[in-house]
Design a protein. Structure first.
Length: 624
């Protein structure tokens, strides 16, 4: 059996104009030749699509592309029946319009899915039998068997990008992983030269430095890719002959749409761009050129396609590790994740023992990222709750055609019209969630931080959750009001610094929660209380619990926990109580709870809606 060679990678580089990436091309080629499905993971703009398409075309395979979107449906992926053809030919293969998956399987080609982790969970699951058993079941026409050579190549942004959804364990198990990161500065300069045709290094070099700096800025969630550098260079060529002023103007045009600020960024995106320009358009820029240049474009621009032990020695080990670092640990592999999680668990003790303030800040940054990263892992795949609405088609109305209802409307009519078409559309469902967290002496920082990160990540991923955060010990405080935008990282940061101290005043926490809940106009309102139930201040909280429309209690088990009180509060609040043994259980409990409330739609509601729709439709003439 012959291995994919570097020579073949070189041929692909030459044929498709790829700069660098020899190792990645060799690995991707080996996987595809072995008949393995490939998942290419990396941030925006690192060439994931370029590598996938280049390898497939080099091997002469047809490519059927799908762009991931949260509104993408199973029907679009597999295929659908055309209503007029169904009326003419019945539910047959002739009436079936194959989707990208069916077409790729039938051709023995490549199903290329761009940004797979933006697909709804249901659509992702459709891939399992196709990838594992090389077949899919098509309703009414039977089984479609993939021809030899069929594979799936998918790309996804890393799980650090909170707006995405983690793939299920079952789906990841079907893929071979190829990880891409940003290339070094020299290669990025060469890529910009190639894809823009700009040859002036006195222009390209500072632009690339500015773009690279956006990826490490503390107020930027997602930095700019090379597309921003290309656009900046091309715009600068058209804006004037003075190198510095043209870069400044171009940067303010090209960068804002390709960067994402953190929700709690203290400055505007243009102020941050000005900071980067001042830092990187220095005397060094002028020394690389005369300050005035003729911009030469030589070609038409193209588009780039062991966790530590839980004792004092472990804390000492973590401190020793921190003292040996000058920069934050890059949490992009299993080992560093374990180290980061250990630092997060011991952060309160580490903060007390460390004398160097810079090391305390370093420990905090590592702890924050570790908590968010671990939360993403534990949450797994999620999807937004959308109500399905069926209605008569009108021009401009989006959605999918409900084939069966449409066919039923058309039967017996000589000239069906647009009013016979029934369209199914989805509308995001809004919800307000109040979370109240016990930060008294019986709770600890990592417990609280994990709970908050869980809700924060879910809110980002589900998009339509409006949420508030309240902490309480002897008294309650609103950490995040409903109408305030705060990044998950900031929430975790603030919670890590809250000392576990004081009495436990559940009553005051519930009182503040009611005030917050009354500020929202969302129709669906729920509250989540995380505590051990051992209140030592304030009055009996049962009376206030009864004022909530829905109150759920997550009880942290301990020697002091009060199951009876927690159960009573949940019952009075028309919710339920969920007991957990440790912090690692909180994300899953929150996910299941919100899934039940946010994703499930009562069948009686759907039946009533459909009945109302049928009643509103024109009466069909009897078939002759």
């Amino acid at each position: 059996m012959r291995r994919a060679s570097l020579t073949e990678a070189g041929v692909i580089q030459s044929r498709f104009g790829i700069i660098g990436r020899e190792t990645e091309l060799r690995k991707a080629l080996a996987a595809v030749k072995a008949g393995k499905h490939v998942l290419i993971e990396g941030p925006v703009g690192v060439g994931k699509t370029v590598i996938a398409e280049a390898v497939a075309r080099y091997l002469g395979k047809s490519i059927h592309r799908v762009d991931g979107d949260e509104r993408y449906t199973e029907q679009k992926l597999t295929g659908w029946f055309d209503p007029p053809l169904v009326i003419r030919n019945g539910y047959s293969k002739d009436a079936f319009i194959g989707g990208p998956l069916a077409l790729a399987m039938d051709a023995g080609g490549v199903l290329f899915i761009n940004e797979l982790n933006r697909m709804p969970e249901g659509v992702q699951n459709v891939l399992l039998p196709a990838m594992d058993e090389r077949k899919i079941e098509t309703p009414k026409i039977g089984t479609l068997i993939a021809k030899r050579g069929f594979i799936v190549i998918a790309t996804q942004n890393p799980h650090e990008f909170i707006a995405t959804s983690a793939l299920s364990e079952a789906l990841r198990d079907r893929f071979e992983l190829l990880t891409l990161d940003y290339q070094d500065e020299k290669e990025e300069v060469a890529i910009v030269q190639k894809h823009t045709g700009v040859t002036d290094l006195s222009l390209i070099s500072p632009v690339v430095r500015i773009v690279r700096a956006t990826r490490a800025h503390p107020e930027i969630r997602r930095g700019a890719s090379l597309r921003a550098a290309m656009s900046t260079c091309l715009l600068a060529c058209q804006l004037g002959s003075d190198i510095e002023s043209s870069i400044r103007e171009a940067a303010h045009m090209a960068l804002p749409t390709r960067m994402e600020l953190k929700d709690d960024a203290a400055r505007s995106i243009h102020e941050i761009i000005d900071e980067l320009l001042e830092k990187h358009l220095s005397d060094k820029t002028a020394s690389e050129g005369s300050g005035v240049r003729v911009c030469t474009v030589t070609e038409t621009p193209t588009t780039m396609s062991r966790t530590l032990a839980t004792d004092r020695p472990a804390i000492d080990n973590a401190i020793n590790l921190l003292e040996s670092l000058s920069e934050a640990v890059p949490l992009n592999n299993t080992q560093s994740d374990d180290v980061g999680w250990s630092i997060a668990k011991y952060y309160t003790d580490i903060k007390t023992l460390l004398k160097d303030r810079k090391l305390v800040e370093l420990a905090k940054r590592i702890a924050i990222r570790a908590i968010v990263y671990r939360t993403l892992q534990l949450l797994g795949a999620t999807k937004r709750r959308e109500d399905e609405i069926k209605e008569q088609y009108v021009p401009g109305l989006g959605g999918e055609i409900d084939v069966e209802m449409t066919v039923e409307q058309m039967l017996g009519k000589t000239l069906p019209d647009a009013s016979d078409i029934i369209v199914e559309s989805k509308t995001p469902r809004r919800m307000a969630c109040i979370m109240m967290i016990d930060t008294s002496l019986s709770m600890s920082g990592p417990k609280v931080a994990m709970a908050m990160a869980s809700l924060g990540v879910l809110a980002y991923k589900l998009k339509t959750i409006q949420y508030s955060i309240i902490t309480f010990d002897s008294a309650a405080r609103v950490l995040k009001p409903l109408d305030r935008k705060v990044s998950v990282e900031t929430i975790v940061s603030e919670l890590l610094d809250i000392p576990a101290m004081g009495f436990t005043n559940i009553e005051d926490g519930l009182r503040k929660g009611i005030v917050e809940m009354n500020r929202t106009i969302a129709k669906e309102k729920i509250a989540i209380l995380i505590t051990d139930g051992n209140y030592t201040a304030g009055k009996d909280p049962r009376k206030l619990a009864a004022e909530y429309p829905r109150l759920f209690v997550i009880m942290m088990k301990s020697d002091d926990s009060q199951p009876k009180l927690c159960a009573d509060m949940a019952a009075l609040g028309k919710g339920k109580v969920m007991a957990v043994d440790g912090i690692d259980e909180i994300p899953a409990v929150l996910k299941d709870l919100l899934r039940d409330l946010y994703l499930r739609r009562p069948s009686s509601f759907q039946e009533a809606h459909d009945k109302e729709l049928y009643a509103s439709l024109p009466t069909k003439p009897e078939a002759s």
